[in-house]
Design a protein. Structure first.
Length: 113
């Protein structure tokens, strides 16, 4: 087991492939090193389960996977997801307000007639 300071990358071989999959074993669990092409997909799978906050998402991802600057990248991904969510709810609220104001105007016209 590792000292907890750094990673202990070890090549792991599987029967289905001749190429090794490098994994970190410093924490006592095998955590595969994820290449750039799969990082977003893994983040989305874990984060979209329940949309947890930054710290919880970081814990969930770092417990299972390893890549360079993992905490910073996950933090950024969660912040972007929250920004997009807030933007979407703002658009919906403004549309509801527009509909309400329009119906209020129509209702006033009906009373005056």
């Amino acid at each position: 087991m590792g000292s907890g300071i750094g990673l202990e990358p070890r090549p792991m071989y599987f029967a289905s492939s001749e190429k090794p999959l490098y994994c970190d074993v410093s924490t006592g669990t095998v955590r595969p090193y994820v290449t750039k092409s799969f990082r977003r997909q893994i983040f989305n799978r874990i984060h979209n389960l329940s949309h947890p906050g930054v710290k919880t998402t970081q814990k969930l991802v770092t417990a299972r996977f390893v890549w360079k600057s993992i905490r910073r990248i996950v933090h950024y991904g969660v912040r972007v997801a929250f920004s997009a969510r807030n933007l979407k709810s703002h658009v919906t609220q403004s549309r509801l307000l527009d509909i309400f104001l329009y119906l209020q105007h129509v209702f006033r016209l009906c009373i005056l007639m």
